[in-house]
Every structure is written in C-alpha cells, then in structure tokens.
Design a protein around this ligand. Structure first.
Ligand code: GLA
Length: 381
C-alpha cells in the first residue's frame, strides 16, 4: 500500500491518496491524433500517489517502482534524465503553475502495477495521477477535461512524446464496467456498458515497444501528408483524416503512393469500425463487435504496419480458443499487448491456452491479465 510506503519514507501518514488507472483500447487505434473515434476502457491496474504539503517550495518524490528518490524546486523545474520517472510529475507541476495555479511544496510517494512500456498507458496513469494529486491536495477545483489536456501537455511538451489524447482521457474519465466512446475532435464522450458475462483479457507479448516512438512520428507525418493529397484531389477542405470517407480515398487513389494510401485507409476504415462497434456493443451484439476487432487488427497489421510477429501470434492463438469474440493488438504497436473479448466462463482456460501456445510457438512467456473495466482517476476521487 502506498500509504505505508509514504509513512516509511517520510515518517508520518499522507494527507491525500489518489489513484489513476492504465487502459486498454477495445477499438479505434491510431485514430485519436487524426481527430477520430476511440473506444478504450480503464483497467484495474493503477498508479497511486500519496502525499502531504510542505511549508517550502520543494517537492520530494519517492518512486516505489524504482526504489529511488529525487527532489526539485517548484520555482526552477527542469527535465531530469537521470530520474526520468520524475519527469511526468515535473511537467505537470510546471504547466499547472504556468497556467496560474499556485502550488506548494510536497512530499510524495507513488507507484503501481501498470506494466511499463507494454502499451497499457502507464505514462498516462502517472501524468493523470500527478494532476489529480495536486488537484486534491490543494483543492484546485480543476475541470476534468482541463486535467486531461494538461496531463497530455506534460507528455507532449515536457517529456517530448507526441501522443494523442486517448490515454489521458480514459485514465481520468473511465467508468467501472464501461468502455468510453470518445470523439477526439470535440471531446464529447459517453460511457458504454460492458456485458457482465464477458471479460477483457489482455495478453502481454513481453516485447517492449521498440521503435514505437520513431515509427509513431512517421505515422503522424504520413497522415498529414495523406490529408494534403486528399484535399488537393477532392477539392474539399479536409482538415484531418476524420473528414475523409472511403469514397474520397478511392477518388484520391491515383494521386498518392500505395503506402500513403494504405495508411489513410487504415484510419478512415478504423473510424467507421468504431462507430459500428459502439452501436453493436450498445445492442449487446458481441459477435459483430468481435469481427470488428479482428478487422481492426488486420488493418493495423497490413495497412498501418504497426503490429509485430509476437502480436500476430497472440492474436492467431486467441482466435482458436473457445469463447473468444475478437482479438487484436492494442495501443501504439511494435510490441506491447493484445486485447481479447472472451466469455467470462472461458477466460481462465483462454489465458492458460494462449500462454502455453505462445511459449511453444515462440519460446516466449506472455503475461495474461483478466481485467475489469474501472473508474478513472477523477471518477473515483
Ligand atoms: C499511444 C498514444 C495514443 C494513441 C495510441 C494509438 O497509446 O499515446 O494517443 O495514439 O498510441 O491508438
């Protein structure tokens, strides 16, 4: 328990404790930075913060995961490459102050069980947890969407990772036993109930997301290039791939090379899949939902080219098991996890069979998490 860790490190109990979950994305991959649609769920793996105010301007922070401490001055917040785990908190603190929120010094301990670099958004949980922590400790009364945007800003502008908004959004605003349907353009959202007889099963390939950042940046650029070509070809004011229909893509096919076309095709078709997935989830038609998940994987593998041999293997094994509705890679890709929708009564045998098959096929160990959709940091606060 983080309260006990705090007590041990700082010698007295914390004033506040805040938690922020990781996430899994059910469908809608690489659509958020194209102003598109996503359908993630927060999971029951989380980062917790415990802390107490100090009378001065210093922040002393202990990472329970790294078993290390560092401290910084609120009036001179710099990036720390030696204690990179502290940069999320530093970035959040810096931008809160830049926006006029007066922070005080604090003693803080944090840690959790969201696997790192596994595509389950441990970074977003750390950032959203940090923002929610200051909000609670100092009663800042922050608007929820502001919390999301500020947390993302820390990642984009301080840590230097050009992610979209999905991960921070779901870590802040997820709801127990629900997925969250988000329009990444206007940030309207609604919670969609998940059936109690179905489990979200996450299979961790154990392969860290090598290449993920550089290839992510390449995809971002390709999407922008495709938008410019499609706008020119159709003569329409196309701002992002969100504004593109499959028929526009056909019209533009001759104007761009095949690689760019396939990138755009993934995003445009994925947006359509999300819209249909939300409808069928709301009507309880999980067979169709699973088909859409499967199509999403194929599109990420063949058109967007962000899967890996390990993820493809996990997906293939999953689809052979009884009780499975659908299986796909989740998150940015190039390693990390798959997400599977499995009948609750089949989830345990599914987990065992996939782990065994994966070891046989590739000689690798997969960790399998049977997850429950959980409340976001601001919902449970
Ligand atoms: C990472 C990013 C998200 C999103 C996904 C891909 O998780 O942080 O913003 O782009 O990749 O869907």
């Amino acid at each position: 328990m983080i309260e006990e860790v705090f007590q041990q490190i700082f010698g007295s109990p914390p004033e506040v404790v805040v938690r922020a979950p990781g996430r899994v994305n059910l469908i809608g991959e690489h659509t958020d930075y194209n102003d598109g649609f996503v359908l993630p769920a927060a999971i029951d793996r989380e980062i917790t913060y415990a802390g107490r105010r100090r009378a001065d301007r210093r922040v002393r922070v202990y990472s329970d995961d790294f078993k290390a401490s560092v401290d910084f001055d609120l009036d001179d917040i710099q990036k720390d490459s030696e204690h990179a785990w502290s940069n999320f908190l530093r970035g959040v603190s810096k931008f809160l102050q830049a926006d006029g929120h007066r922070l005080t010094g604090a003693d803080i301990a944090f840690g959790g069980d969201v696997p790192r670099e596994a595509g389950l958004s441990s970074s977003a949980a750390v950032e959203v947890g940090a923002t929610a922590f200051w909000n609670k400790l100092l009663s800042l009364g922050l608007d929820p969407v502001y919390v999301v945007k500020l947390s993302r800003r820390a990642e984009n502008e301080f840590v230097g990772v050009p992610c979209g908004i999905m991960d921070q959004f779901i870590s802040a605003l997820g709801r127990r036993d629900h997925a969250l349907f988000l329009d990444c353009r206007d940030l309207t959202y609604r919670h969609v109930p998940l059936r109690a007889d179905v489990k979200i099963v996450v299979c961790n390939s154990g392969v860290k997301r090598a290449l993920a950042q550089s290839e992510y940046e390449v995809r971002l650029k390709q999407c922008r290039e495709a938008v410019a070509k499609i706008a020119a070809a159709t003569g329409r004011a196309v701002k992002s791939l969100r504004d593109v229909q499959l028929s526009d893509l056909e019209a533009a096919e001759g104007t761009m090379d095949n690689l760019l076309w396939r990138r755009a095709h993934h995003v445009v078709s994925e947006n359509q899949r999300v819209l249909e997935a939300v409808k069928v989830l709301e009507s309880g038609h999980l067979e169709r939902f699973g088909e859409l998940m499967n199509q999403s994987h194929e599109s990420l593998r063949d058109d967007y080219e962000v899967s890996s041999k390990e993820l493809d293997q996990l997906v293939e094994l999953a689809r052979r098991q009884p009780g499975v509705f659908g299986a796909r890679m989740t998150g940015a890709g190039f390693g990390g996890c798959t997400v599977n929708l499995v009948r609750a009564d089949a989830a345990e045998s599914f987990a065992q069979a996939v782990a065994l098959g994966y070891e046989k096929a590739l000689g690798l160990k997969a960790e399998i998490y049977v997850c429950r959709a959980s409340d976001g940091a601001l919902v449970s606060a």
